[in-house]
Design a protein around this ligand. Structure first.
Ligand SMILES: Cc1cc2nc3c(=O)[nH]c(=O)nc-3n(C[C@H](O)[C@H](O)[C@H](O)COP(=O)(O)O)c2cc1C
Length: 193
């Protein structure tokens, strides 16, 4: 542990990118919230490095612009998130499609916040992908009960069978509901399951 300011203690584990060094916060079991009138927006380059964050993103992530610009979006990755969700996210967006997902994010102060995220590619006039952007809304709390259970199952399967096992848990859940991933996500968000 390392004291970086009067009341913030973080792990010595850090992400190094270029000259900048970002401390990986130690997660604490405290949730923080944003309002239904707010949108958390960020943009990245094609490799997922942050190129823009709006005020709500800055507030929720807890980093100042200078700290997060140029950093990989994984600076807000929470360890409770299964790898398979991000695999699905990236596999979808690199092919030019958009994806929706429930994501638990980690703030600089160690707290967490849940979002209902839409991630979509940006194109140039030749239809080449030139970056990505994400808009996040307040998640449906009822949906989170199901999503948290699913992600816990995925994480524990990941610990013995890796990302493959974790994806299998997700696929089995979709089979159980007889829905595609997108259908499940939308029905969860809009209470039509
Ligand atoms: C536009 C965009 C927004 C993203 N937003 C988040 C986010 O809010 N939280 C997060 O953990 N990962 C987000 N990601 C995914 C990260 O790039 C990354 O894949 C993820 O944090 C997992 O980290 P890892 O790939 O290093 O394991 C986003 C990616 C893109 C392209």
């Amino acid at each position: 542990m390392f004291e970086v300011s009067k009341n913030k203690t973080v792990d010595l584990l850090s992400i190094k990118r270029g000259k900048k060094k970002i401390w990986k916060p130690k997660p604490i079991n405290v949730e923080k919230f944003f309002s239904t009138s707010e949108l958390i927006v960020s943009k990245t380059d094609t490799r997922g490095n942050i190129t823009y964050g709006n005020e709500v993103f800055t507030k929720m992530a807890g980093y100042i612009e200078d700290e997060y610009l140029g950093q990989p979006h994984s600076i807000v990755r929470h360890p409770d998130m299964p790898k398979a969700v991000f695999k699905l996210l990236w596999e979808t967006i690199v092919t030019g499609r958009e994806v929706n997902a429930y994501v638990k994010n980690l703030s600089k102060d160690g707290t967490y916040y849940w979002v209902f995220a839409n991630v979509t590619p940006s194109f140039d006039r030749q239809q080449n992908i030139i970056g990505y952007h994400s808009t996040r809304r307040v998640p449906n709390r009822d949906a989170l009960n199901i999503v948290e259970g699913l992600y816990k199952k995925m994480k524990s399967s990941e610990s013995f069978g890796g990302i493959h096992e974790s994806s299998t848990v997700l696929i089995d859940t979709l089979k159980q509901f007889k829905l595609s991933y997108e259908e499940l996500i939308f029905r969860l968000q809009y209470n039509t399951l």
